[in-house]
Design a protein. Structure first.
Lengths: 148, 106
C-alpha cells in the first residue's frame, strides 16, 4: 500500500509528531512577517531581484542546501547591503543574516539549513539604494528536522 | 586542533571574483533538544561569522538555530592583492575559532 496518499499521510503524521515534540514559539506566519518587518525597518519588500535556490521537495529537513543570489554589479554606488532568510514554521523564523559590500564582488551566499516542516521560505535583500526585495518559495519536507 | 576548513582557489587574477567556502565542526545546539539525561541540552550555536581579507571585513553573517550542525558557508570576494584571508566563527559561549588562508594574486 505504497500509494502517494499513504506517503502524504506519513509526512503529515511525521510532521505532527515533530510539532508536538518541540514548542514552536515563533512558528507562525505572523512571526515570520514580524521578523521580515524588523529586518526592513517596516518597509514592505517588493517581489523580484532575489533568486533563491533550494529543493522543492526536501527528503531530509536536517540539512537543506540553500543558495541566494541577487544580480548586482556590486560597485560602491550600487551593491547589495544585506540578505536575510526567514522560515514560516521553524521554531525561530530567522535563519541567517548576511552583510555584504562592494568588496564581495558577487551577492551570493550558500549554506545549509534545518527545516521543521513543509513551509514557505523567504529571502529578503536590502540594496544600497535602500530598497528591499523578496523571493518566497514553498518547500515540501518529507523528513522534518525534529530537533530544530 | 583546527576543526575548520577554508577553501579558495590557489591563484586568482586581480579584480577576479572568487568563491570562498568555509566549513567548521560545531554541534549548533538549538536548546530544543532533549539530552540523554532527559533534560534540555543547553543552546549554543555559532552566532557570528566574519571574514576579513587583507585586514578588511569582506563578509559577515549572523546565524540562527536553523543553520545546520557543522555550518557550511560559501560566498564571494573580489581579489585586490595578495594577502591573508581569515575567517572567525564565534559561538554563544564566546569561543572563537579561526582559519586562515593566503590569497595569491597573479
Amino acid at each position: 500500500m505504497n500509494t502517494p496518499a499513504r506517503r502524504l499521510w506519513l509526512v503529515r503524521v511525521g510532521g505532527l509528531a515533530c510539532s508536538l515534540a518541540v514548542t514552536p514559539a515563533g512558528a507562525t506566519r505572523d512571526g515570520m512577517l514580524a521578523q521580515i518587518a524588523r529586518f526592513t525597518g517596516g518597509a514592505s519588500p517588493r517581489s523580484g531581484k532575489v533568486e533563491m535556490t533550494l529543493p522543492e521537495i526536501v527528503e531530509n529537513g536536517n540539512s537543506v542546501p540553500v543558495t541566494v543570489t541577487v544580480p548586482s554589479p556590486m560597485t560602491e554606488r550600487e551593491h547589495v547591503r544585506r540578505i536575510a532568510v526567514f522560515t514560516e514554521k521553524n521554531p525561530h523564523p530567522g535563519v541567517i543574516e548576511v552583510f555584504l559590500g562592494p568588496t564581495a564582488g558577487r551577492a551570493q551566499v550558500s549554506f545549509r539549513m534545518r527545516m521543521a516542516d513543509s513551509q514557505q521560505v523567504s529571502a529578503v535583500a536590502e540594496l544600497s539604494d535602500g530598497s528591499f526585495w523578496i523571493a518566497t518559495l514553498d518547500v515540501v519536507v518529507a523528513l522534518a528536522a525534529c530537533l530544530e | 586542533m583546527t576543526q575548520a576548513l577554508l577553501n579558495l582557489p590557489p591563484r586568482v587574477r586581480a579584480g577576479e571574483v572568487f568563491e570562498v567556502r568555509a566549513l567548521i565542526a560545531h554541534p549548533m545546539e538549538t536548546g530544543l533538544r532533549t539530552g540523554p539525561d532527559g533534560g534540555t541540552v543547553p543552546r549554543n550555536i555559532i552566532a557570528q561569522f566574519r571574514c576579513t581579507y587583507d585586514g578588511v571585513d569582506v563578509f559577515r553573517a549572523t546565524l540562527h538555530p536553523a543553520i545546520t550542525a557543522n555550518p557550511y558557508l560559501a560566498f564571494f570576494v573580489r581579489a585586490t592583492r595578495s594577502g591573508p584571508l581569515e575567517c572567525i566563527w564565534t559561538d554563544e559561549r564566546g569561543e572563537a575559532q579561526r582559519a586562515r588562508a593566503m590569497v595569491t594574486v597573479e
